[in-house]
Design a protein around this ligand. Structure first.
Ligand code: PMP
Length: 361
C-alpha cells in the first residue's frame, strides 16, 4: 500500500491524488505513443494537444478574454520579477509596487536594479501583517504591481487594488492562483509559479493582455522577450513539457470539481476550520496576519514558546501532518492549504491542534 501524508508544504506542495494517478497510468505510454510525455517531441501533435488543452481549460476556468495570451514560461515567478520591468517599463519610466510581504519586497528590489520603481505602500513597519490602509499612486506609472497572496506572511488581498486610469494592473498570484474566481479584465498581467496550486515546479503561467505584449522593446534577449515567447505559443524553445502536462491535468481536475467558485467554497471551509481553532484557543495559538487580511491559502501562526513550536512540528510529523514549520523570517508554524489539500486534511490538523493544546496548554 502506498502511504500518503497530509502535506502542508508551501511549495512545491500537495497535488491532487487523481492527477498523480493519471500521470502514473500514462507514464510509460502516453496516449498510445509508446513513450512518456517526457520523451515525445515538443513539436509533436500529442504535445500540441497537451499545451493547447491546458490553455483552453485555463481560459475556461478563469474566464480569460480572447485579447489575453497565456504563456508557459521557465525561470519561476522570480524571473518575472525581472522580465516585467524589462518589457513593460519604458526607459526613464517608473513602476509602482504595493509591498505587503517578502515576495512583493523581492519584486520591487529586482525592478529597482533595472530602473525606477517606487512603493505605493509598504506595510513592513507593521510587520507585514496587514493590507495597506491607503495607496500613494503615481498616475504616470508604467504599471502597478501587487502580490495577491503573500505566501510567507499569510496576507491576502480580498479584492484587487484599483490603479489610476490608464495604469495597467500587474499581479503576482503565485500562491492563490486558481483558488478563487477573479475578473481577469481588471488585470493587464497575472503570473504564477505553478508549484503551489497548479502543478510541479518548472513552469510559470503568465496571462498577459495583448497591448502589454506590444510594449516589449527591441533587442531583449529572446528568452526574456514576451513578444517572441507569446508569438511562439510558449514553444520558442523546448518547454518544460512534463510540468505543463501536469498543470493541464490539474486544470482538468479543477474543472471537474465544479470550477473556481466551487473550489473557493472548499478553500474557505478549510481556512475557516483552522482560523477558528486559532481564535478559540484562548491565545495559545496566535495568527500572524490581521483578521481582515488573512490568507485562505497560507496560515502562519505562533505558539507560546519556540520549544513548543519545535515539539508541535515534530509531533505533527509523527501524525503524518507534514511541512508545518513556518518560514524563518516569521517563525512558528505555517499551514499551506492549497486547492489539493482536502477538507479531511484540514480537519486532521485542527484535531491535532486541539489535542496538542490540551496536552501542552
Ligand atoms: N511570488 C510568490 C508569492 C511566491 O510565493 C514565490 C515562491 N514561494 C515566488 C514569487 C517565487 O517563485 P519561484 O520560486 O517560482 O521563483
Amino acid at each position: 500500500m502506498t502511504k500518503r501524508v497530509f502535506n502542508f508544504n508551501p511549495g512545491p506542495a500537495v497535488l491532487p491524488l487523481e492527477v498523480l494517478e493519471t500521470a502514473q497510468s500514462e507514464l510509460l505510454d502516453f496516449k498510445g505513443t509508446g513513450m512518456s510525455v517526457m520523451e515525445i517531441s515538443h513539436r509533436s501533435k500529442e504535445f500540441e494537444g497537451v499545451i493547447q488543452t491546458a490553455e483552453a481549460d485555463l481560459r475556461e476556468l478563469l474566464g480569460i478574454p480572447s485579447n489575453y495570451k497565456i504563456m508557459f514560461l521557465q525561470g519561476g515567478a522570480s524571473l518575472q520579477f525581472a522580465m516585467l520591468p524589462m518589457n513593460l517599463r519604458a526607459t526613464g519610466a517608473s513602476a509602482d509596487y504595493i509591498v505587503t510581504g517578502t515576495w512583493s519586497k523581492t519584486a520591487i528590489k529586482e525592478a529597482q536594479k533595472l530602473g525606477a520603481a517606487r512603493a505605493a505602500a509598504n506595510t513592513e513597519k507593521e510587520g507585514f501583517k496587514c493590507l495597506p490602509a491607503s495607496l500613494d499612486l503615481d498616475p504616470n506609472a508604467a504599471y502597478l504591481h501587487f502580490t495577491s497572496n503573500e505566501t510567507i506572511h499569510g496576507v491576502e488581498f480580498v479584492s484587487e487594488p484599483t490603479p489610476p486610469a490608464g495604469v495597467p494592473l500587474v499581479c503576482d498570484t503565485s500562491s492563490d492562483f486558481i483558488s478563487r474566481p477573479l475578473d481577469v479584465s481588471k488585470y493587464a498581467v497575472l503570473y504564477a509559479g505553478a508549484q503551489k496550486n497548479a502543478g510541479p515546479a518548472g513552469v510559470t503561467v503568465v496571462i498577459m493582455r495583448d497591448d502589454m505584449i506590444e510594449r516589449t522593446p527591441a533587442n531583449l534577449p529572446v528568452m526574456l522577450d514576451y513578444k517572441t515567447l507569446a508569438a511562439s505559443g510558449s514553444l520558442h524553445n523546448t518547454p518544460p513539457a512534463f510540468s505543463i502536462y501536469i498543470v493541464g491535468l490539474v486544470f482538468q481536475w479543477a474543472k471537474k470539481l465544479g470550477g473556481l467558485a466551487e473550489i473557493q467554497k472548499i478553500n474557505r471551509k478549510k481556512a475557516d476550520a483552522i482560523y477558528n481553532a486559532i481564535d478559540q484557543s484562548g491565545g495559545f495559538y496566535r495568527g500572524h496576519a490581521a483578521p481582515e487580511a488573512r490568507s485562505v491559502m497560507n496560515i502562519p501562526f505562533r505558539l507560546p514558546t519556540e520549544e513548543l513550536e519545535d515539539t508541535f512540528a515534530k509531533e505533527a510529523k509523527k501524525n503524518d501532518l507534514i511541512g508545518l514549520k513556518g518560514h524563518r523570517s516569521v517563525g512558528g508554524m505555517r499551514a499551506s492549504i492549497y486547492n489539493a489539500m482536502t477538507i479531511e486534511g484540514a480537519e486532521a490538523l485542527v484535531q491535532f491542534m486541539k489535542e496538542f493544546q490540551k496536552k501542552n496548554g
